[in-house]
Each structure stands twice: as C-alpha cells, then as structure tokens.
Design a protein around this ligand. Structure first.
Ligand code: ATP
Length: 463
C-alpha cells in the first residue's frame, strides 16, 4: 500500500480522528484537535501504555504533576539556559532557518555522512555554513545573519496584576514533575530502589519548525517513565527498558521493519548521559524519532538537590548507605505514536481485482481501535431489537451502531475506522438468539449466541 501523508490526513479529517485547530477562524498554525474517534484512539494508546508500564509492572507507580511549576525548576533542569534553538536568517530573502536543520539537510543533499550536526555548537554551525558555502533553500544565496538563540519554553504570568505577577513557564517536558516529587513518592509508597514513576501529560514547546501533521506540534502529550536504580546497575536497566519499549510497540502491531533503534555514538551523547537510544519509525516523510530512551545518570536529581538545597539521596537499608539513584528515562510522544499507529495500520486491500474493488482497512490492534464493535441491524425493521444489544454491550465497551445503507457499505465504513468486529442482527436472530460476527481483517463470519458476544469481544481486544 502506498501510504502518503495526504491519505492519512484526509482519512483522519474525514472520519473524525483529527481536525485542524480553530478551523472556523482560519486555524492556528500547526494546532490540531482530536475528534470523536481520535480521542478514543489516543486514550486507548495512553491506556495501553499505562497498563504495561504501571498497572502490570511491579516496579512502577503513577503521578500527575502540575503543568505550571516553580520557575527555579527550569533553572535547575537546564531549560532556561540550554533549551534553545539556533536561528539564522537569510539576508537576501529573509527566510528564517534553524541553523542545525539547515546544515543537516545540506549534508544529506551533499551525501556528507561524516558530519555530526548534533555535536556542533552555534559557533561550529556558523563556521560550517560559511566555510562550505551552505545555501538558503529559499533563494539559493549564501549570506546569513549571525545565530540568535531562541528559548523554546512558553511563558505566561501567574498572579492578578501586571506588577505583582510572576513569570512562569508551561512545562516543556513532564519529567521534571517526577524529579521534584522523588522524595515524597519514595517516602509515601515506601518503594525501594529500583522503582519507577510514570506520568502522562501535556507539554509545550514553541517549536520553530512544527509540521508533518501531529508529528511536531507546539502543544503535545508525553508519556514518560523515570526509573530510579542503583549506580552501577544502570546499564542493565537501560537494556531492560529498551527491550520493554520495543516489545510494547511490536505487541501493538508496529512492524519491526518500520522501526530503527538508533544508539547514540559517544560524541553525540548529552554530557550527562551514559547511553541513549532513539526509537525511529518510518513515517511517510522518512525516519522520525518516536521514543527516546536515555541513561541520564544522577544528573537530574543532583541538579535539584543543588538548586533546592533539599537532600535527595536515597537510603539503601541493606547496604546501609546513602546515594543519589541513577535514572533511566524512556520518553514517548503520545501524538507522534498516534500518528505512527495510524500510518502502520493504514492499508488498501484489493478485494476483487476484476471488479476493481478495493477497501481501506485500518488494521489497528483491537485494544487501540476507537470502537470495539459495531452493531448492525440487517434491516431498519430490526433496529429496536438491535439497539437493545447495543445498549447492553455499550455498558462495557465503546460500541458503534449503524443502520443506514447497505450492509456491505456499513462494513466498509467500519473497516476504514479500524473497528475489529461487526455484529449483524438479522431476521433469524429473534428466533435463534444468535448474531453474525464479521472479522475486520479476515472478513470471515461466525454465528454465535448473543450472550457470548461480550466474552468474544473481550478476548478479541485483550492486550
Ligand atoms: P525532536 O528531536 O524530534 O525535537 P526531542 O529529541 O527534542 O525530539 P525529547 O525531548 O527527547 O524529543 O522528547 C521525547 C519525546 O517527546 C520525543 O521522542 C517525541 O515523541 C515527543 N516530542 C518531543 N517534541 C515534540 C513535539 N514538538 N511534538 C510532538 N511530540 C514531541
């Protein structure tokens, strides 16, 4: 199947997964709203994450910290000073670029695999652009301004009047909420190291170059785990979580051939990191980072200990010693992975080549499908009875109901939105108390007693 972004975006908009934000006012650049199906899909993804990372995991607990935090947090974390993008303007056509992205795409074009852009400082970038005559993609000239640093954090004001208000930031990541609560969580749960804390929530970054639909946006959601372990055991745990994350994706129908686990080279690593792996997914526009897994050592807790003056060491009773735990951080974007699941699931299947009959199927893992099943009365005359079945199933699952149009068309509508099961109530149903269930992927049909339908769905959507 030829999966283009145009097709994915059109399906998402047309069927109610994702709409352009504030559309009746002409939109707001790169903001998107999740529609009735999108909110279900994204919630199911977050639930599937929480299930494996919190509910079923013996080590981890959950947290929901505030978006607005004491501004000192962002000084300690380094975001105030280093969370910057290097901007550069073309003097000829005034086009604005991110200097690192400019160099990156130039190197790609020139097949310069030897250049490590991530390791370059602003000065390096300026020198590289000048020495190599990198040109502006807008006008082809090579005459740029100096680099200006632009902080990616959104600022707002807390307080009633202008002069009494404090400047605060919208968090650019959820992780810091976990670090500042480390002591409280450890004390109240009486967890022993190793243990982890999971959080799902909104983050905000004033990205210079948002785009590619919901891949890079300014308001997005993250699912983050900070896993605290004893120094020296960190690389083992790094491997553990790397594998765990990989399995999570594979078990939800992401194909391995569309994944690339890219280990950072030593010179590419952040100065505090011992190991980092980027999980990349093959999007229609190329490989893109989905999940970052990093061994962050004791950097974050140490920073917060220094800046807050509070003791953030952990007392290991067995060893009778105090230490600051090391941290393994798998950080996943909910919106990015939603896009990945949509892309992966999208399929155009030829049903009958002679009749030129193709169907669009969203082969989502049933645990992620917005609707688990759709109840379809074969004829409008059966609608009342079918609605009873719908109502009883809807107490347990998200169920759709559709009595409009031919049964074939109705099946196709459900295929397109990834509903794993279609339950048809026909004229026999009243007599034999049974219904026909059609499978989205195989299109095969089975007839089962109505009282078994609920268990049938449960088994189908298990994750
Ligand atoms: P990128 O290099 O793509 O900007 P990053 O390395 O800055 O990403 P992290 O800070 O490691 O990203 O954030 C962890 C995860 O959060 C990313 O892997 C991604 O899934 C998600 N994420 C980060 N920025 C955005 C964004 N602007 N829109 C959507 N998701 C994002």
């Amino acid at each position: 199947t030829d999966k283009t972004m145009e097709k994915i975006v059109a399906l998402a908009k047309g069927r109610g997964f994702v709409y352009p934000g504030s559309e009746i006012y002409g939109g707001l650049a790169n903001s998107w709203d999740y529609g009735p199906l999108g909110v279900e899909l994204k919630n199911n993804i977050k639930r599937a994450w929480w299930k494996k990372f919190v509910q079923e995991n013996p080590y981890n607990v959950g947290l929901d910290a505030a978006i607005l935090m004491n501004p000192e947090v962002w000084v300690a974390s380094g975001h105030v000073t280093t969370f910057n993008d290097p901007l550069i303007d073309c003097k000829a056509c005034k086009m604005r670029h991110r200097a690192d992205k400019l160099v990156e795409s130039w190197c790609e074009e020139q097949k310069r695999a030897d250049v490590n852009v991530e390791a370059m400082t602003s000065d390096d970038l300026v020198a590289f652009i000048r020495d190599n005559g990198v040109t502006c993609p807008g006008c082809g000239k090579s005459d740029f301004t100096d680099i200006r640093k632009f902080n990616l954090m959104f600022k707002t004001h807390q307080g009633v009047t202008e002069d009494s208000s404090t400047e605060v930031y919208l968090r650019p990541e959820t992780a810091q909420g976990i670090f500042v609560n480390f002591n409280s969580i450890q004390r109240t749960t009486r967890k022993k190291v190793p243990f982890g804390v999971c959080q799902v929530g909104k983050s905000f970054r004033n990205e210079i170059t948002p785009g590619n639909f919901i891949f890079r946006i300014r308001e997005f959601e993250q699912m983050e785990l900070e896993f605290f372990c004893k120094p020296g055991t960190d690389l083992e745990w790094f491997q553990y979580w790397r594998t765990f994350c990989h399995d999570w994706l594979l078990n939800l129908n992401i194909r391995d051939e569309n994944l690339r686990l890219r280990d950072h080279e030593p010179e590419e690593l952040a100065f505090y990191s011992k190991a980092t792996t980027d999980f990349e997914f093959m999007f229609p526009f190329g490989w893109g980072e989905l999940w970052g897994v990093a061994d962050r050592t004791d950097y974050d807790l140490k920073q917060h200990q220094d800046h807050s003056g509070k003791d953030l060491t952990y007392f290991d009773q067995e060893q009778n010693e105090h230490y600051i735990p090391y941290v393994i951080e798998p950080s996943l974007g909910a919106d990015r992975v939603t896009l990945a699941f949509l892309v992966e699931a999208y399929d155009e299947e030829v049903v009958d080549a002679e009749k030129n009959d193709t169907r669009v199927v969203l082969r989502l893992h049933p645990a992620l499908s917005p609707f688990k099943a759709c109840v379809l009365p074969l004829s409008k005359k059966l609608s009342a009875k079918a609605q009873e079945l719908y109502a009883s199933l809807a107490r347990e699952y998200m169920i759709d109901f559709d009595d409009a149009g031919s049964i074939g068309k109705r099946y196709r509508r459900q295929d397109e939105i990834g509903t794993p099961l279609c339950i048809t109530y026909d004229f026999e149903s009243e007599n034999d108390g049974a219904v026909t269930i059609r499978d989205r992927d195989t299109m095969e049909q089975v007839r089962i007693p109505m009282e078994q339908v609920s268990a049938y769905i449960r088994e189908k959507i298990a994750f």
